[in-house]
Design a protein around this ligand. Structure first.
Ligand code: FES
Length: 161
C-alpha cells in the first residue's frame, strides 16, 4: 500500500492535534489528506487518523460516514456527485442522473471499467440557482443538459490523472 500520509503530514497533524482542545475537529482534514494521497480511505487510514488524534476507530468512522465526499471504498479517479435534492429534482435532475448513467454505462454507486468515473447521488450542492447540478472534485457544474454533460465528461476524462 502506498503511503497514507507523508512524514511532513504526520508531523503537521500531530502538532495541530496537540495544540487544540478538540482534536476531533481535525478528523475530516486528516481523512481528506489520506484520500488525496491514496484515492480513498482504507481501514488503515481510519486507524491512523484515530492514532494521530487520540480517537477510537469508531469515533473516526462516525465522522467519515457522515461526509459523503470521504470515500471508504475504492472509487474512480473522478467522482461525480449528481444532486438529487429538491431544486435539481424539480429542474430535471432525474433526467441528468439517467443521462449520466447512460453515457457512462454504469449505475449509481458504480465505477466505469476504465477506472475514471464513479457516479454517486448526493444532497444539495449549494448550487440550486444553477440546477440541475453536479460536482466533480472541487468543481460544480450547473445548468446541465445532455450536450453540456458530454463536454464536461470529455474534459474531465482528458484531465483525469
Ligand atoms: S438542490 Fe441541487 S444544488 Fe441545491
Amino acid at each position: 500500500m502506498d503511503q497514507l500520509l507523508t512524514e511532513d503530514q504526520l508531523d503537521h497533524f500531530r502538532t495541530l492535534a496537540a495544540e487544540i482542545p478538540h482534536p476531533r475537529e481535525l478528523v475530516v482534514d486528516v481523512l481528506r489528506a489520506i484520500q488525496n494521497n491514496h484515492g480513498w480511505v482504507p481501514d488503515e487510514g481510519v486507524e491512523l487518523a484515530g492514532t494521530i488524534l487520540g480517537l477510537s476507530p469508531l469515533q473516526v468512522e462516525e465522522v467519515a460516514t457522515f461526509f459523503d465526499k470521504i470515500y471508504r471504498r475504492p472509487v474512480g479517479r473522478r467522482v461525480i456527485h449528481v444532486c438529487d435534492s429538491i431544486c435539481c429534482w424539480s429542474r430535471g435532475g432525474e433526467e441528468v442522473a439517467r443521462l449520466l448513467q447512460e453515457k457512462l454505462g454504469i449505475g449509481l454507486g458504480e465505477t466505469t471499467e476504465d477506472g475514471i468515473f464513479t457516479l454517486l447521488p448526493t444532497c444539495c450542492l449549494g448550487a440550486c440557482g444553477e440546477a440541475p447540478a453536479m460536482m466533480i472534485g472541487l468543481t460544480t457544474y450547473g445548468h446541465l443538459t445532455s450536450d453540456r454533460i458530454d463536454l464536461v465528461l470529455e474534459r474531465e476524462r482528458r484531465e483525469a490523472p
